[in-house]
Design a binder for this molecule. Structure first.
Ligand code: 173
Length: 330
């Protein structure tokens, strides 16, 4: 082959290679594989505190076509309630719907989240979101993606009436949410997953339990419940957590899909006020009577809730507790 021809051939090859390399670079995002995340919820599938996550999954599977999808595996039948924190931390699960009360073993200061009096929208604005995200990343190796449950309070439910805020002599089902408060009021706490509450009531091994205003009917607990104590206290936090390695490996496009669906979900927290009222009416229809503390009793009930709650968080880490309190409490 003539020398010139060989050179031009060589140049052609090099040119082709350069174009091919450039094309490959440009084509990478379009050709990148759709990522599928394994999702698990800490609450029974189809019940109140799984529903926002289920709507989120549906949303992501719609808006994230070709980019990111969530394979919703299920609830505590797939991963036991108090194990889900470890599972998402270790990457056995990629994305979890979980409340801090179920993973205090990993993020003890998470107990501060239900003491918030502002909303997740406020927390995104005032920097609290970053602080909470940082805690989750450092202590649990998860990305804190979203918070649901704003505007929903917790209550004490009972099988027999009480006269005042003294809970001594009562054995009450708790999670870390209620423990400090109920103990401060003299109760004997017994920690169980939600899945064990019905049986505990049926057997008479507990006199009552802590639970939010929503969800009692979903779980059929109204059959074993005679009283709800008002006022409610604290504010539910049910969070979406993504395994940190998995999150970091996602494309920017996939992260955006998840982030936008998170904000979309959080905007729906506003609907909880109406749902609370509907649920309270349904409880009344089901025969659950309200024991309402008024005046000084109400004040001391709520003050004990706040004080005992923050004392417990401060005992874990006073400095960080103060930082959290400054941005979670109005
Ligand atoms: O009572 C509980 O199991 C609990 O702590 C909780 C937290 C958030 C939502 C629902 C229940």
């Amino acid at each position: 082959m003539p020398k010139t021809g060989s050179r031009s051939n060589w140049e052609e090859i090099m040119k082709y290679r350069a174009i091919a390399a450039l094309a490959a670079t440009l084509a990478t995002p379009a050709l990148s594989e759709e990522v599928t995340l394994r999702g698990v919820t800490a609450f029974a599938s189809g019940t109140t505190f799984s529903r926002p996550f289920e709507a989120f999954v549906e949303r992501v599977n719609e808006t994230g076509k070709g980019v990111v999808q969530i394979n919703y595996v299920g609830g505590p039948e797939a991963v036991p309630t108090f194990e889900l924190g470890n599972a998402v931390s270790a990457g056995v699960v990629d994305i979890a719907n979980n409340t801090t009360a179920f993973y205090t073993n990993l993020v003890p200061l998470g107990d501060a989240l239900h003491l918030a009096t502002n909303t997740i929208q406020d927390q995104r604005e005032n920097g609290c979101f970053e602080l909470v995200d940082q805690l989750h990343q450092e202590q649990m190796s998860v990305k804190y993606l979203a918070r649901t449950g704003d505007n929903i309070q917790f209550h004490l439910y009972l099988t027999s009436p009480i006269e005042d805020t003294d809970l001594s002599g009562l054995t009450l089902r708790v999670t870390p949410v209620y423990r400090a408060m109920f103990e401060a009021l003299g109760a004997t706490p017994v920690q169980t997953a939600p899945g064990e509450v019905y049986t505990a009531l049926e057997r008479g091994s507990i006199d009552g339990y802590g639970w939010p205003v929503q969800g009692v009917m979903d779980l059929g607990w109204d059959e074993q419940t005679n009283y709800r104590v008002d006022p409610g206290f604290y504010q539910v936090d049910v969070n979406f957590l993504v395994n940190l390695d998995r999150w970091n490996a996602l494309s920017d496009e996939a992260k955006t899909v998840l982030h936008e669906a998170a904000l979309w979900t959080e905007a729906k927290n506003a609907e909880n006020r109406d749902i609370n009222a509907e649920e309270a009416a349904r409880q009344e229809e089901a025969g659950i009577e309200v024991i309402r503390f008024e005046g000084d009793s109400a004040e001391s009930w709520l003050a004990t809730a706040q004080d005992a709650g923050w004392d417990a968080v401060e005992a874990i880490d006073a400095e960080r507790a103060a930082e959290l309190k400054a941005c979670l409490v109005d």
